[in-house]
Design a protein around this ligand. Structure first.
Ligand code: MOS
Length: 763
């Protein structure tokens, strides 16, 4: 195996010899609606998920949870549970192994823990629902039964369990070391002087993650080596973080997660994996820990609540004099995730003056975390509702108002946009959706009991890329290629899309490429988050392909048509060959090169360059969301009857999996708009609705046919011309629905979810 010897491409060219990535202009497999390669494994049940790994001597875990938010345990009686049928042991703070605190996500390169609280090391309680005991038994039913026999009493301590109280201690929020604040000019003065203005408070609630697959791990120690079958969206991070907690080397931990049943930002490191590993150590047997649905709500974090003020001052022609978005989010003192709701306002509009700020307020509750489009999902709700309200006041079409405030460069950074076609997305979307059917007067359309309204909103999500995506590429003498990287398939299509991209880049048919992922034995450190996995792996694959070209050229014989050529002059050719870029008939197949060199295979490993493109360009995905609702004048219920997402996300790499990602995001956005809300009991901070019976997510009957379209304009500054698409779908949906509800009814709901009680009084 060789290591990288040629310089990786400059980050705004990506092709050989400083040219654009050749895949940007190529059709072939790029964009093709290839069905999921992992689909057959999933529908036949052959795909094995974290809780499905059999192991000899496997024990099953059940977790008991605290019922107070803060204080200490006075009695923790596990004696009856210990003698229940099938029980092997009960672990509490009294007998748990000593462990270091978890490294909090974002505080170190591979830190993944949801919080840095001690895990079952003392009698202290830090949130309502904290695990206080782990029962290990021969069956899950025996463990669950024994858990019900545990008795605990507490000495409560004063706790902050309401957002209102927490807000009285709010402080400047910072995210990844940067204050969530941006200001230009005197925005309050400009707002006061503006002839048209809106100024309102918007609220979004706590949301819990509800990935279909329950959070689970099957763990086994072999001496000081730990194997974890997990459902993590960051296997390398999980291994490193567990290693810190147990005081061992990360090489001693093997994490495997080839299939993940939904992640959305939540499938990271929570107490259940740590407790599972600790209990397995104590028992000397492998352990399976599967959180119940209630357990997911008690132990794993979700999206926190926000309270946002948006104020916009404008001239009669619509131009913004002042753009203000400020407010407070709830978090805990033990995590590092202040929901960055100002991100959309940083990039979407030009304005004479700007004031953006996020304050944080700490509560005694389960640590919040990342959830699909953190920041943008709720930030666009407030911002894009306010723009709709302003448009009505000025008497201008809301799309036109947005177009009049379209910036020509990044409003906060001053850098040029790498690729921004948001107006095109709006125009084509408006035409397809029939935006001209919208009445400007609210409540003007009615069919029987149903009030009908249309709304729109902007979607946006940043382009990110991580540099840790080292990949290993092996080319065999049969002309098949294998690419390995510790990346993840959480259902979004990674395995399929990467296979397409690799095949196209190497000039091979799809069935000549194997893509391996989801295991810490593979190279690279790529977390599936921030909608950046595709670009990150894609950039590393470019580097690996250039390295492969260089290594193959060293093998060619003097009589090869490629003899004497420099790597920059040579590229992959369709049919599985290397050829001279400007003289493609000078080529030799991979099979021939390897055969004549008497090589069975050739392996290279290469890494992507650092994401320098982000220093030079303002890089984001965009979209325009269009919604039609029908609101019953009798019951106040809102039914979404039509939805269109029109996206501008660079080059689309697979039309089928992309449409699915966009639709999935939009459906999650419908939940955010109309249903989802984790309810905390204000007296004791306990989640009151920890089940899918009481925490509502959209079901089939709630979701109309969702139409999606995209500009498909490549961004020349990214690998393959592509942007991330995993998160943008949810953004803007809350506002598009709220704006449609206003258009239907004349009632402006500024606190999510838009439930019938908030509409009935005014109908
Ligand atoms: Mo996403 S919230 O970055 O998994």
């Amino acid at each position: 195996m060789s290591t990288t010897t040629i310089a990786p491409p400059a980050p705004d060219t990506w092709g050989p010899a400083g040219k654009p990535d050749p895949l940007i202009g190529r059709r072939g497999l790029i964009g093709a609606p290839v069905s999921r390669l992992d689909g057959p494994l999933k529908v036949t049940g052959a795909a094995r998920f974290a809780a499905e790994f059999p192991m000899p001597g496997l024990l099953y875990a059940a977790l008991a949870y605290s019922t107070i938010p803060k204080g200490r345990l006075t009695v923790l009686d596990v004696s009856v549970a210990e003698s229940a049928p099938g029980v092997v042991l009960v672990m509490t703070y009294r007998n748990a192994p000593r462990m270091a605190r978890g490294p909090v996500f974002l505080t170190a390169e591979k830190a993944l823990a949801g919080d840095d609280l001690p895990v079952m090391q003392d009698d202290q309680i830090n949130w309502n629902g904290q695990p206080i005991a782990v029962v290990l038994a021969e069956t899950q039913e025996q463990a669950d039964h024994a858990k019900s026999l545990i008795r605990a009493t507490y000495a409560p301590a004063p706790a902050i369990t309401t957002f209102a109280e927490a807000k009285t201690h709010a402080y400047q929020a910072s995210f990844a070391g940067h204050d969530l604040a941006s200001a230009r000019g005197d925005a309050e003065a400009a707002l006061a002087a503006a002839p048209f203005k809106v100024d309102s408070i918007y609220r979004t609630p706590f949301h819990s993650h509800n990935a279909l697959e329950l959070y689970a791990a099957t763990l086994a120690w072999d001496g000081d080596e730990l194997t974890v079958h997990d459902c993590a969206q960051a296997v390398s991070h999980l291994a490193w973080s567990l290693a810190q907690i147990f005081g061992i080397d990360e090489e001693q931990i093997h994490v495997s997660a080839p299939f993940v049943g939904g992640g959305f930002g939540g499938k990271t490191l929570w107490q259940h994996q740590i407790l599972g590993a600790a209990a397995a150590k104590l028992a000397g047997r492998p352990v399976r820990v599967v959180l119940s649905r209630e357990g997911v709500y008690r132990v794993t974090g979700g999206r926190t609540m926000t309270e946002q003020r948006v104020a916009i001052g404008a001239q009669a022609d619509g131009r913004f004099d002042a753009l203000i978005q400020t407010g407070t989010i709830a978090k805990t003192a033990h995590n590092a995730m202040p929901e960055p709701f100002i991100s959309p306002a940083l990039c979407l509009y030009s304005a004479g003056t700007v004031k953006l700020n996020v304050q944080a307020a700490d509560m005694d509750m389960l640590a919040n975390t990342f959830m699909r489009a953190p920041g943008e999902a709720v930030g666009t709700f407030a911002l894009e509702c306010a723009i709709d309200e302003l448009a009505e006041q000025i008497g201008i079409d809301p799309i036109e108002l947005r177009i009049r405030n379209e910036p020509d460069k990044d409003p906060a950074l001053g850098t040029p946009f790498s690729s921004r076609h948001i107006i095109e997305a709006y125009r084509s979307g408006a035409e397809r959706f029939g935006w001209n059917q919208r009445s400007r007067r609210p409540g003007a359309r009615r069919e029987g009991e149903w009030l009908i309204g249309l709304g729109c909103a902007t979607a946006t999500y940043p382009y990110h890329r991580m540099a840790g995506g080292a990949v290993r590429l092996t080319l065999g003498k049969d002309g098949h290629a294998k690419v390995s990287v510790a990346a993840h398939e959480m259902g979004m299509g990674t395995a399929t899309v990467q296979t397409q991209v690799i095949a196209e880049r190497l000039g091979l048919p799809l069935d000549h490429v194997t893509f391996s992922y989801g295991d810490t034995s593979l190279p690279g450190v790529v977390l599936a988050g921030g909608s950046q996995q595709t670009a990150s792996i894609g950039a590393a694959v470019i580097a690996a392909q250039r390295e492969l070209v260089a290594e193959l050229l060293k093998l060619v014989r003097v009589d090869s048509p490629l003899a004497g050529l420099a790597p920059d002059d040579v590229g992959s050719m369709p049919g599985g060959a290397l050829g001279k870029l400007d003289e493609p008939e000078r080529s030799e197949s991979y099979v021939s090169i390897l055969a004549r060199a008497r090589r069975d295979e050739l392996t290279v490993e290469a890494s992507a360059p650092p994401p320098d493109e982000l220093q030079q360009w303002s890089m984001h995905s965009y979209g325009a969301q269009f919604c039609e609702v029908r609101v019953s004048a009798v019951t106040g219920e809102t039914r979404v009857s039509r939805f269109l997402g029109s996206f501008d996300c660079g080059r689309i790499l697979n039309a089928k999996t992309a449409a699915s990602q966009f639709r999935g995001g939009i459906i999650m956005g419908l939940g955010l708009a109309l249903m989802e809300e984790t309810l905390l009991d204000e007296h004791n901070g306990r989640v009151m609705n920890p089940s899918l019976a009481e925490y509502h997510v959209p079901v089939h009957m709630d979701v109309p046919k969702i139409d999606v379209m995209w500009t498909d304009i490549p961004d020349p500054r990214t690998p393959m011309g592509a942007h991330g698409i995993g998160e943008i779908g949810i953004t803007g949906v809350g506002a598009a629905v709220a704006n449609a509800v206003y258009n239907a009814t004349g009632t402006r709901v500024r606190d999510l979810p838009i439930t019938l009680d908030k509409l009935l009084a005014n109908l």
